[in-house]
Ligand binder design. Structure first.
Ligand SMILES: [Zn+2]
Length: 89
């Protein structure tokens, strides 16, 4: 692991997930850092991203960056900032 992951570009290179956790209800959403990097720019600090929790309409989220291998469970929900059609799998 490299040092501090302070940009989406770095997180994407390490195939990491950006996890947004609502401080109000604890709901978690995960995003592929690579996809966020395309959407927001590779130099963007993940901690400055804003996510809205749909059930409580709160943007008070705690942002963390996690390695995908730790997040592999059936409860993992990965949300996407944009819908993309992928032909390769
Ligand atoms: Zn919430």
């Amino acid at each position: 692991m490299a040092g501090v992951i302070d940009t989406l570009g770095k997180a994407g290179r390490h195939r990491m997930l950006v996890v947004a956790e609502c401080r109000r209800c604890g709901r978690r959403a995960q995003f592929y850092a690579e996809e966020l990097a395309v959407f927001y720019g590779r130099g963007r600090d993940p901690a400055t991203l804003r996510f809205r929790c749909k059930p409580c309409e709160s943007t008070n989220c705690r942002i963390t960056v996690a390695e995908q291998s730790f997040e592999r469970s059936h409860e993992t929900i990965v949300w996407r900032p944009v819908r993309v059609t992928k032909t390769s799998s």
